[in-house]
Design a protein. Sequence first.
Length: 385
Amino acid sequence: MNKTLSTLILMSMASPLALNMIIPLLPNLAQHFQVSHSLIQMSVSLYLIALAVGQLSVGVMINALGQSKTILIGLSLFLIGGMLIWQDLNIYILLVSRVLQGLGGAILISNARSLLVLTFGKEQSSHMMGYIVMAIALAQSIAPLLGSYLSTYFGWPSIGLLSAVQAFILILAFKKVIQGHIKPTTRLGLTETLIQYRELLQNTQFRTYTGANTLIACCFYIFVASAPYLIPDTSHSPELFGYWFICISASFLVGGFCSTRLNKIWSVNKTINAGNVMCVMGAILLLLTQLIFPASYAMLFLPMSLVTFGRGISQPSYQSAGVGALANQTTTAAGLMGFLQLSMGALISQLAPWLITFHSSLFAACILAFCAAAAIWHFCVYKTL
């Protein structure tokens, strides 16, 4: 594996690590800062909003400043955000730092993918993109556990220091390995981009696949935002939460692997239907376990693993069909799809902890409702496409 690919992989991993390391620490951080669960939850919601806005704006930034300057700005924002977290000042500085990290993370993820194509070409990069996808999935799976251990042995602000060190190393690696090889590219201006957004939103295929995919993705955000608060204080352990969270990521990876096999023998829509069925079955099981059994890690994570397994099966097909809705607008479609998914995820993440104050099983009922709505939406519309 050459230095360029290794650098791009590290760029892709930085944001999912920063996003997810804080999740198992949220209940403890609410006590640390003496704030409500809703306010501390904004450390996740604002990150997702910044990530969404960043994905829409990164193309305009590159058009105005060039790719090298844009990447260095992203790395600088990520570094500053990490250093502010390390200072452990107050809740409001924490929220500002998360916004900076989210904006920087959006720039890093978007440019890592585009640089892969520009550096290795379309044919070779299609194979290498798998390394980046696996790296992101690996970062998401180990981040909660990593954050838990850092908090236990070095104090919770150490998660910010780790992000800052990552950014510093990436700045050095970018300048040495990649910056000199970046070639100028022609990109759309703001007006042309807005016109493409309008055309995509008017397209039935894009709306259906993107909308249903967003609903399925929201199930994950509901779970992640609710789970840390559902375990009784006597049983809650950030480290144990991190270990169980690996089940979620592992089931998603297995689902993604199954998707590659199923798409060889089934149509895109048949694969999506199979994934949707698994999601609905998992959501029903999750709701039943919450209603019947006392709260525990097993009763939370095992049924949810079936939901994420189904999501792993359907998501690649949802994304490929949505991004390919208009053949000449694939890049814009990918950015808009990401924006819509992350924006909804930010809203859901903020509402979920408030929702479970009424009844602990409401999060599971919402997951079931979202899974069912996605399945029905896709099933009713795809036959007419």
